[in-house]
Design a protein around this ligand. Structure first.
Ligand code: GLN
Length: 307
């Protein structure tokens, strides 16, 4: 085992005993997750992937799709058009809050559900299939392999997605969503149901770390300015109502999802990802947070400390 993989293996052993929290249950299909699964991956500048634990296990991407669909909307529409519909301010509220900016009716940011549904509504395309084709192409380019939807998780989320549907109707009443609410919300459910491994997430993170170029495939996925914008929003809003404390403790742009995935970006250095389905009260992976925090502390990766 090479020294970096050995180090990651030690990191997993350190966080494995943490058994607080529980898998999400509000999407019934997510409640069936094995809570003991644990995986970690790192991708460096030359595209070398190092991964440990349940590295081949697939899970749905959930909210970690949000920064990458934001990247697509920014590429297609430009920053001003996106900011006209969704803000860039930390909300300080849970990810599923029914809450919009008072004077504009915009969602606070694209990392909470309201903002992500608004962002998905900005993706070009006539219907769900058209938009999903663009979303799947983009996320697959970030991951460096073809991704597909878990139809059972999609059906489960769509069947129980009343809160997100209510948010989408509210957005339409404010003119944030201009087209069909159903297309926006079902596309959003499908993007959240894309299957990934921890390795895919680390490659996706590394593509943001290297200015929009996937270091494994060598392909440019988005412009450098788009990658920078996405990382800026992840830094202030990526961990929901834990984003401020996360920046304080870990100092890296990051994004979590309710199936237990978590990715973080050390710009120009590497992308990292963790998977462990037990979540804390904010909906963030308990062991994922511990693993990335430990790595950041041990290697002095906090972006705001002198390097
Ligand atoms: N699909 C999930 C939802 O809309 C995503 C939320 C999350 O991962 N925090 O509720």
């Amino acid at each position: 085992m090479d020294p970096i993989t050995a180090l990651l293996d030690d990191l997993l052993a350190e966080v494995r005993p943490l058994t607080s929290g529980a898998p999400a249950t509000y999407i019934p299909e997510l409640a069936t997750a094995d809570p003991d699964r644990l995986a970690f991956a790192v991708v460096g500048p030359r595209g070398r992937v190092r991964d440990v634990g349940d590295t081949d296990h697939e899970f749905t991407i959930q909210s970690i799709s949000k920064p990458f669909v934001l990247a697509l909307a920014l590429s297609e529409r430009g920053r001003d058009a996106v900011l006209a519909k969704v803000g860039a301010e930390p909300s300080g509220e849970p990810f599923n809050a029914i809450s919009l900016e008072k004077h504009t009716g915009r969602p606070a940011n694209p990392m909470v559900n309201a903002g992500a549904i608004a962002t998905t509504a900005l993706v070009e395309g006539a219907g769900i299939d058209d938009r999903m084709t663009r979303i799947v192409e983009t996320l697959s380019a970030f991951a460096g392999r073809s991704l597909w939807v878990d139809e059972d998780v999609y059906a489960s989320e769509s069947a129980t997605g009343d809160r997100n549907r209510a948010l989408a109707h509210l957005l339409r009443s404010h003119g944030v969503i201009e087209g069909s609410v159903d297309i926006a919300v079902e596309t959003y459910f499908r993007q959240c149901s894309l299957l990934v491994t921890v390795r895919d997430l680390a490659v996706m993170a590394s593509t943001l770390a290297f200015g929009g170029v996937n270091p494994v495939t060598g392909h440019r996925v988005v412009a450098e300015t788009v990658a920078r914008d996405v990382l800026s929003i992840m830094a202030s809003c990526g961990m929901y109502d834990f984003s401020g404390e996360w920046l304080l403790r870990v100092g890296l742009p990051a994004k979590s999802g309710v199936s237990g995935g978590l990715l973080a970006v050390a710009p120009s250095q590497f992308g990292v990802a963790a998977f462990s389905p037990r979540l804390d009260a904010h909906g963030n992976s308990v062991r994922g947070i511990a693993a990335v925090e430990t790595l950041s502390e041990r290697f002095g990766m906090h972006l705001l400390e002198p390097h």
